[in-house]
Design a protein around this ligand. Structure first.
Ligand code: MSP
Length: 499
């Protein structure tokens, strides 16, 4: 039995309005989870919300509501979007839940008891907007706003103590930080001495957080709180069987901007606790609008809800997965979205189903014809179809999702070409058996293509499989059953023009 698959997304700031960047990571995790489930692997997929910190406290104050009430009102923005996008998460964690806060308190106490937390007076530059102490160099960079000089007593985690152990772990586990260039970035960062991490905030400045179990004048720093969600959700410390079953995570999926917290803070925290490290931290790139960063202030943020309303859920999932090379940045443009939609989905995929089903309805009483004796052309399509699942699996395991999708689309294209070359719409008048064989072959190839792409487009591929009255979701050739009646279906991907 293979080890269960456990995948996580970052937990999103509850204050944000979910945009295409958040939707991207969540869809990516969903697609990977569905691939693993389809392969019969036990799978646990976690996402959730990061609800503490100064920004949430401020936003609640501005609205004149309690912080918790504010979070409760914001949370559905995310849960509703995930429902719309057919996200199949197994759990949804919010850092304000008791089950999470208990684990954070327990961990703080454990790390304290181990002697890895100490109190010290610290004087330095503090960025209010980033909610952390910054270096002189960072302050000069101009990237930080609201900088003040602060002198205060705080609690520190002995992160530096684990520097060498972390370097050794990265060196001996080449997949721990992916892709390769991100691993090198972290190794570069670790060449300089690693400072200890300030993990407290005095309540005089911030009280929307989890109180330190050993000093009620402080709450814990949001990142020390947030990262723990990956194990609190599994029941760390309370449900040992569940924790043992799922941990270590197969993948923590993150954006490149939160690499250090995941690849340095989190592993050293786990080392202090004596917990195994996650198998892989995978940092993807950013979705850019044209060439520029997506940001509220530039007013160029894409709202996934609008796209779904205009084009449907599955095309949005398809575009995001097909277009981004994992690890690199990608440009989102409406032109490329519509181009992909029309060429891949309407012309290649949807068109093949409509051709096959129309001809079967017209000439074979709306039933799947007999496969008959295969000629060389059919044997090629059959053997390509039979090997496709394995090729796609390898690509998925190597996190080359765009290539996995492209392989499948090339297969669909080759079947369209086979239809053109053999023109069953003409042949049927002279040789109904031969035309039936061609339609069976094209239908079966389409079934296999749809089964393979079902993690990416769960909704449309289900319509396709229903239309072909296909019962099997296996990848062995021949599961399409001759004599079964086709079902009526709505057009899969009607062609679109840009609004
Ligand atoms: N709350 C923290 C994460 C804590 S995880 C223990 C956080 N939240 S966030 O809401 O700001 O960002 C969540 C994720 O969205 C990050 O991985 C970030 O990279 C991703 N994205 C935000 N904008 C993005 C794009 N434009 N494109 C792709 N992903 C981007 O950070």
């Amino acid at each position: 039995m293979s080890k269960p698959f456990y995948i996580t997304t970052p937990i999103y700031y509850v204050n944000d309005k979910p945009h295409i960047g958040h939707a991207y990571t969540t869809i990516l995790a969903d697609v990977l989870a569905r691939f693993h489930r389809n392969n019969g692997q036990e799978t646990f997929f976690l996402t959730g919300l990061d609800e503490h910190g100064q920004k949430v406290q401020q936003a609640a104050e501005e609205r004149g509501v309690e912080a918790q009430e504010h979070c409760d009102e914001m949370a559905p923005r995310f849960t509703e979007l995930w429902e719309q996008l057919h996200i199949s998460n197994d759990d949804f964690i919010r850092t304000t839940e008791e089950r999470h806060k208990n684990v954070v308190r327990d961990i703080l106490q454990q790390v304290m008891d181990k002697g890895d937390i100490y109190e010290a007076e610290y004087e330095g530059l503090y960025s209010v907007s980033e909610e952390r102490f910054i270096t002189e160099k960072e302050a000069e960079s101009g990237d930080f706003r609201d900088i003040k000089k602060l002198k205060e007593k705080n609690y520190f985690f002995k992160m530096g103590k684990y520097q060498q152990k972390l370097i050794d772990h990265i060196d001996s586990n080449p997949k721990f930080i992916q892709p390769e260039h991100r691993k090198n970035e972290i190794l570069g960062f670790l060449r300089k001495p690693l400072n200890d991490l300030c993990i407290s905030r005095p309540k005089s400045r911030l009280n929307w957080g989890i109180e330190l179990p050993f000093d009620s004048n402080y709450v814990t720093y949001v990142w020390f709180d947030a990262l723990i969600n990956y194990i609190s959700s599994l029941g760390y410390g309370t449900d040992e069987a569940s924790f043992k079953k799922w941990w270590p995570a197969s993948y923590h999926l993150i954006g490149k901007d939160i690499l250090t917290t995941h690849a340095v803070y989190w592993p050293t925290m786990l080392m202090s606790l004596g917990i195994e490290l996650p198998q892989s931290i995978f940092a993807h790139g950013w979705w850019l609008m044209g060439e520029s960063k997506m940001s509220k202030s530039l007013g160029n943020v894409i709202n996934p809800m609008d796209l779904i309303d205009d084009y449907g859920v599955d095309p949005v999932r398809y575009y995001l997965m097909r277009e981004m090379v994992l690890g690199q940045d990608s440009n989102f443009t409406m032109e490329s979205f519509i181009q992909r939609y029309n060429s891949d989905l309407a012309n290649d995929f949807g068109n093949l189903l409509s051709r096959v089903s129309t001809l079967m309805k017209k000439n074979y009483d709306g039933k799947i014809p007999e496969p008959g004796e295969l000629t060389e052309a059919e044997s090629t399509i059959k053997s390509h179809g039979e090997s496709l699942g394995e090729i796609v699996n390898e690509k998925i395991n190597a996190m080359r999702l765009n290539e996995a999708i492209e392989e499948t689309m090339q297969y669909i294209r080759s079947v369209n070409k086979y239809m053109e070359d053999n023109a069953p719409w003409k042949l049927v008048k002279e040789d109904k058996v031969a035309a039936g064989r061609i339609l069976y072959t094209a239908g079966e190839a389409l079934r296999i293509g749809a089964v393979i792409l079902s993690p990416v487009m769960p909704n449309r591929t289900e319509i396709l499989l229903n239309a072909l009255n296909a019962q099997g979701t296996g990848l062995t050739w021949g599961e399409l059953t001759p004599g079964r009646e086709l079902k009526d279906h709505e057009p899969l991907f009607p062609r679109k023009t840009q609004n």
